[in-house]
Each structure stands twice: as structure tokens, then as C-alpha cells.
Design a binder for this molecule. Structure first.
Ligand SMILES: C[S@@+](CC[C@H](N)C(=O)[O-])C[C@H]1O[C@@H](n2cnc3c(N)ncnc32)[C@H](O)[C@@H]1O
Length: 232
């Protein structure tokens, strides 16, 4: 790691509220028993995707997967896609591991590290076919806005890691976060909007799987879906 990167790490803000909170005995047990089977430990050099995920032909990353409902669902639907799920919240990781194990899912690896470190250090450039970012922490207070994960630096990193034709999906029920992300995506010369081309049924199918999507739906909040493609 360069001095600049380690400096960035030291002074940067946290984008998540917490890593730990009440954890059920089942989640604790899952972390103890299954994390080593699914974990992608943090390293300083980019992974070889075909070695980590043998037998897969596409590479997708879900950032901040929460309880992992979408991750597990998608991985079961698309068995030849490699899924790297990144989540710092340990009870969520525990819940996800339980489902991965129960359903004998083979094409998922989980990282419990900060997504910015994982992308920076471990994900090779031009290899990701799909980024999925569902309901990133909205940090609604003005003084907390700097903690929003999806900022221009983060999008730049994602775009570098995307393969040509690869997509970034960001879904949020915060209108001003959606506006902020939209501006960043629109300004990026390598991205083109596919938002209008989304298949509504497919979007619904992936979304009902997340806890925050259900919360948004119950409270009647509008949900914004931004889908962009790496065009060149
Ligand atoms: C509001 S929750 C949404 C969870 C899930 N995607 C859903 O829709 O139910 C946002 C999640 O992003 C995770 N998160 C925030 N910053 C992160 C980071 N830098 N690296 C990894 N995960 C992060 C948080 O721990 C939290 O679980």
C-alpha cells in the first residue's frame, strides 16, 4: 500500500453506523463456523477471480449487503456468476452465512472489510460485470453527508474496476442522495444511463429481497433506481 493510500485510510470518515450490535446466538455460531468457508480475507494484492471462484464466467459485487437476502437469492438464480458480498455489520454477515450454508451456495465469497479497502486493494481493474448497491446508509443530516459511501471518489473506483459493458446499480429512497449520485454518474464520461431500459419486473424481483426495500415500501417512500453501464 502506498503512503498516500494509508494516509487516506487514517483520515477518512466512516460510512457505516456500526459493525457490531446485538447478535443472536445463531448468528454468532454462523460466524464462528462458516465465516472461514466463505470469507475473502483482506490482502494487499488483487485477486485472480477465476481462482477464487472456479467455474464462474461473470463477476458481481454487492456492497453493503445487509442481511444478504438479495445476495443469496441472486447467487442461487445465477450459478455461473461469482458474487463477492461486502458488509461490515457482523450480525448481518452472520445471517447471510446461515443462508449460504443452509442453501449450499457455492458461488459467493464474503468480505467483512470496508468496501473501499476491498475495491482498492483486492478487486482487479476492468473485471467486474456488475456492482449492486442497495439502500446505502442515507446519512440524512447535513453535517453527516460526508459519510455517504457513494461519492465521486467511490464511483471513480467502481468505474475503474468495471469491465466494458459492466453495470452499476444504486437504489435509494433518499431523494437528495439519489440526486447526488445521479449527478456523479451523469458527469462520468465512461458511463451511460440504462435507467430507462430496466425491466420493472426484474427490478421488483431483486428489491423485495431487501429489508430496507420493505421498510421503504411500508412507509410509502419513493424508491430511486439508478442503473449505468460502462460504455467505453
Ligand atoms: C442501510 S443498510 C442497507 C442494507 C441492505 N443493502 C438492504 O437494502 O437491506 C446499508 C449497509 O451498508 C453497510 N456499509 C456501509 N458502509 C460500508 C462500507 N464502507 N463497507 C461495507 N459495508 C458498508 C452498512 O453496514 C449497512 O449494513
Amino acid at each position: 500500500m502506498t503512503v498516500t493510500e494509508s494516509g487516506m485510510k487514517q483520515f477518512r470518515v466512516k460510512t457505516y453506523a456500526r459493525r457490531e450490535s446485538r447478535i443472536t446466538p445463531a448468528q454468532k455460531k454462523a460466524l464462528a463456523e462458516f465465516l472461514s468457508l466463505y470469507e475473502l480475507p483482506l490482502t494487499d494484492s488483487p485477486i485472480c477471480v477465476s481462482e477464487v471462484f472456479p467455474g464462474t464466467s461473470r463477476f458481481a459485487i454487492e456492497v453493503g449487503f445487509g442481511d444478504g437476502e438479495t445476495l443469496v437469492h441472486r447467487a442461487q438464480q445465477n450459478k455461473t456468476t461469482a458474487y463477492l458480498g461486502i458488509e461490515v455489520y457482523r450480525p448481518g454477515v452472520g445471517k447471510c452465512l446461515l443462508q449460504l450454508h443452509k442453501n449450499n451456495v457455492k458461488n459467493v465469497r464474503v468480505s467483512t472489510n470496508d468496501a473501499r479497502d476491498v475495491l482498492l486493494q483486492q478487486v482487479p481493474s476492468n473485471e467486474v460485470n456488475e456492482f449492486i448497491i442497495l439502500f446505502p446508509d442515507p446519512w440524512p443530516k447535513l453535517r453527516h453527508r460526508k459519510r455517504r459511501l457513494v461519492n465521486s471518489e467511490f464511483i471513480e473506483l467502481c468505474v475503474d474496476r468495471l469491465a466494458i459493458g459492466g453495470t452499476i446499480l444504486v437504489v435509494t429512497d433518499s431523494s437528495d442522495y439519489a440526486q447526488q449520485v445521479l449527478e456523479i454518474l451523469e458527469e462520468n464520461p465512461n458511463l451511460e444511463s440504462m435507467t430507462a431500459e430496466q425491466d420493472a419486473a426484474a427490478v421488483q424481483d431483486k428489491l423485495w429481497q431487501t429489508r430496507y426495500a420493505r421498510k421503504a415500501s411500508l412507509s410509502g417512500s419513493q424508491v430511486f433506481e439508478l442503473l449505468y453501464k460502462h460504455s467505453a
